[in-house]
Design a binder for this molecule. Structure first.
Ligand code: CDP
Length: 211
């Protein structure tokens, strides 16, 4: 069983994907973490973000980078969004994601192109959204929780810029797959969003062979 969860920054897709993985007892891959690791690797190597070759070289990052606290920094996300537009970077990360999706027993993956490119054959697909203001507020709460300063208006414009880049790129743009269920979390608590996600996936998995 493959569950694909896509959506823009701070829509709640990561939290929902983790909860689905726990609920169905299958592993989860945060594919944004891979692109963030490329960004961190390029920065630490002193690479040039405008050079596709430097970005491609950074896809050979050591796995330890996936647990680096700097991975979650907003600037890492912004750089990841720039580098993820390079076709060579996306191609280099493709096999790892497809292999994860097709492992025995199934998997949940969250990202931008899981339902459209990585696993178009997924059994259930969610496209998770929330209004830009709500997403900016969530990101700001996350940042202040980590002791960082956050300005909600600045966050909102950064999120809008990242959406535009992720949706506007030629290669694997962020988009709702035709057969994905839309889940708008703007007005939902985390628990309500998770319950709604489980109900949507259950409906898609009806008749799926058990065990
Ligand atoms: O957590 P947040 O939604 O802010 O970002 P993320 O999921 O960690 O992804 C960071 C960036 O990586 C995104 O802005 C995308 O540009 C890129 N990404 C992608 O292109 N494809 C994916 N499957 C996942 C992330």
């Amino acid at each position: 069983m493959i569950i694909a969860v896509d959506g823009p920054a701070a829509s709640g897709k990561g939290t929902i994907a983790r909860a689905l993985a726990a609920h169905y007892g299958i592993p989860h891959l945060d594919t944004g973490g891979l692109y963030r690791a490329v960004a961190l690797s390029l920065r630490r190597a002193g690479g040039d973000p405008d050079n596709e070759g430097d970005a491609l070289a950074a896809t050979g990052f050591p796995d330890g980078l996936l647990a680096d606290p700097e991975l979650r920094a907003e600037e890492t996300g912004v750089l990841a969004s720039r580098l993820s537009a390079y076709p060579a970077v996306r191609a280099a990360l493709l096999k790892r994601q497809r292999d994860f999706a097709h492992q025995q027993g199934g998997a949940v993956l969250d990202g931008r192109d899981i339902g459209t490119v990585i696993a178009p054959e997924a059994d259930a697909k969610l496209y998770v959204i929330a209004s830009p203001r709500v997403r900016a507020e969530r990101r700001a709460t996350e940042m202040t929780g980590q002791g960082q300063k956050a300005d909600i208006d600045v966050m909102e414009s950064e999120i809008a810029a990242r959406d535009a880049r992720d949706m506007g790129r030629d290669n694997a743009p962020l988009a709702q797959a035709d057969d994905a269920d839309l889940l708008d979390t703007s007005e939902l608590t985390i628990d309500a969003a998770i319950q709604r996600a489980i109900a949507l996936v259950d409906a898609r998995l009806e008749g799926y062979p058990k065990g």
